[in-house]
Design a binder for this molecule. Sequence first.
Ligand code: NAP
Ligand code: GDD
Length: 328
Amino acid sequence: MPKALITGITGQDGSYLAEFLLDQGYEVVGMVRRTSTVNFDRIRQFQDRIAVVQGDLLDQVSLINILHEHRPQEVYNLAAQSFVPTSFEQPVLTGEFTALGVTRMLDAIRTVDRSIRFYQASSSEMFGKVHEVPQRETTPFHPRSPYGVAKVYGHWITINYRESYDLFACSGILFNHESPRRGLEFVTRKITHTVARIKLGLAEELRLGNLDARRDWGFAPDYVRGMWRMLQHDRPDDYVIATGETHSVREFCQEAFGHAGLDWEKHVVADPRYFRPAEVDLLVGDAGKAARVLGWKPAVTFRDLVRIMVDADLAALRQGGDHTPRVG
Ligand code: NAP
Ligand code: GDD
């Protein structure tokens, strides 16, 4: 039975990846950091089928110990401070988690077992102020936030360890991907959750920032398949994973409110608090290489994604009242 270690297993992607790997017959080890109350909402449904171990990307000893003790063949490094606005408020901490955390894990692998295959969760935020449309593996980076800068570091240190120590290390440049398990602060989930609250008479308005920003939004379960495929290939490489379609935040609102039978213009309020010091205006990816080499393609369209998310938020609120719904 192959064994995989997932950092960030309590996050959106970690939970879907763990389910996917369990279905493939993997033994899954999930690394979680110590908190005063547990935050296992996204992994509760399969928690008894995985090993949960404590570790932190800030603490290299914990990473080395986990690798020694559990001996995974694959490591998926999904843990990060992943929210762009927080990276402007906590730029140093974001660098510690999201940039140097990658080096700590790579060096733990180099020390313990160089045969481990490594996946790094890189991001389309690295393209930032884009130099070409659509963006592909060869497009130059121009990050626009401390988060984006940290991800560029993570991307290059992954390549550096591959070239220096012959590690099987891959960097997946994933464009935005969403689901009912997306954190409530990210724009898609903020929209679908508030649409559901408005529909049920629990809220009146939705306060948003830049409605003109465009993103290439896919469905998270499709994207975790791409991560796995990278590590099954016969040589390590870097891949863009994206749908190839771009939509504005405004279009996402139109679709989400429309699906619930609501008029978005009656409810959406512009709020300068949600604008960023520097914005990424347009992202759209070319996943041609992943299609050719890995046979990867997304299954869920933009329209279906919005509907899945709105329906899930409506169902969760109807079931649980006006609490923050259980994710997933
Ligand atoms: P997420 O929901 O924010 O999850 C982040 C995970 O990282 C959580 O499990 C969090 O644990 C963990 N974490 C944070 N700091 C840590 C630390 N110091 N030590 C150990 N664990 C730590 O993010 P996601 O959307 O699943 O994304 C997964 C990865 O892909 C991230 O690296 C993100 O930057 C990257 N990415 C995401 C997207 C996207 O659109 N979703 C696109 C490109 C790249 P807690 O539960 O304790 O907070
Ligand atoms: N969060 C948020 N909240 N974003 C808003 C709002 C709002 O109220 N109003 C407008 N936006 C705009 C943001 O300015 C941005 O242009 C866009 O919506 C998407 O914002 P997020 O959903 O926060 O995602 P992101 O694109 O900044 O970052 C996500 O995708 C990256 C991949 O490109 C995160 O998942 C990153 O971790 C990931 O790397």
